[in-house]
Write a protein that binds this ligand. Structure first.
Ligand code: URA
Length: 276
């Protein structure tokens, strides 16, 4: 039998929606679809540019680790010192969505403000059932101002479509950092600290039914645990009372095919959580 062409994520989402409308049994996709998923990951990996594969070279590490001794103030400390009128985290905790977004768009609380082209606040529906939290914008995102638009983004769309979710209707996407770390290096502890009040308030305002953290940085930040991703995934955590599933970053899947199957399992777990 000849190989079937891989399913397009939009088509897959449409088929799955149809199944639901026809009251087909709760979504547990069969082996064929999982194989298609794995084949599609390989295909995206083979075709995609490497420039936006954040996390691809990053060794897993704890986000709360204290940076080593430094000769002087960090870029973030210098920027914060220069902007005394910037609201503190406490003020930000009261902001409505549009005000929060406006503040993020002009934020200078860390050194990334000096090198970014765009602040990448979010994509998708702020009334979404699911929020996906990634690591930080890459080159494509910095150029377009939207999260997950490169090869990793294609794969994220596929991951979502495989459990009948699409970023247009049912998902809101954002990152731990709103600005691109130069050269796609790992986020630094001071950058995460400066930026996370935005994420915290975003999540409080969107208040989704479920959260999906992709990659070590988002997973460690939202679970509050310093464990490697492989030891955080596979269970349902809670972030401020919201069920939280963590899984591998799509960019990591593009370089390690051994993580595709566990990611599939995590997505099924997410779907179960969302199906109540
Ligand atoms: N990787 C991320 O973590 N976030 C993006 O927005 C793009 C790639």
């Amino acid at each position: 039998m000849g190989a079937r062409p891989p399913l397009d994520p939009t088509e897959l989402a449409r088929l799955l929606r149809q199944r639901r409308e026809l009251a087909a049994p709760a979504l547990f996709l069969g082996a064929t679809t999982r194989d298609e998923f794995m084949a599609r990951v390989r295909e995206i990996g083979a075709a995609g540019p490497r420039e936006d594969q954040e996390g691809a070279t990053a060794p897993p590490r704890a986000v709360k680790s204290t940076p080593g001794p430094r000769p002087g103030p960090s870029a973030g400390e210098r920027m914060a010192a220069r902007t005394p009128n910037e609201p503190e985290a406490g003020d930000r905790a009261e902001m409505d969505y549009d005000t929060l977004r406006d503040h993020a768009m002009t934020c200078t609380r860390c050194g990334l403000a000096e090198t970014r082209n765009s602040v990448v606040f979010s994509d998708g529906n702020p009334a979404a059932r699911l929020v996906v939290v990634g690591e930080a914008p890459g080159a494509n995102e910095d150029r377009t101002g939207l999260p997950f638009v490169g090869a990793a983004g294609k794969l994220l769309d596929l991951m979502l479509a495989s459990v009948d979710l699409s970023r247009e209707d049912s998902v809101y996407i954002c990152n731990v950092l709103k600005c691109r770390p130069p050269g796609n290096r790992n986020p630094q502890a001071d950058e995460i600290q400066a930026c996370s009040p935005f994420l915290k308030r975003q999540l409080a305002l969107v208040r989704p039914e479920a959260l999906l953290a992709v990659g070590t940085f988002a997973a460690q930040l939202l679970t509050g645990r310093d464990r490697p991703l492989g030891r955080l995934r596979g269970e349902v955590h809670a972030y401020e009372g919201i069920p939280l599933v963590v899984t591998y970053h799509p960019a990591a899947l593009l370089r390690n095919s051994g993580w595709v199957r566990p990611t599939w399992d995590d997505l099924q777990l997410l779907r179960q959580v969302m199906d109540g």
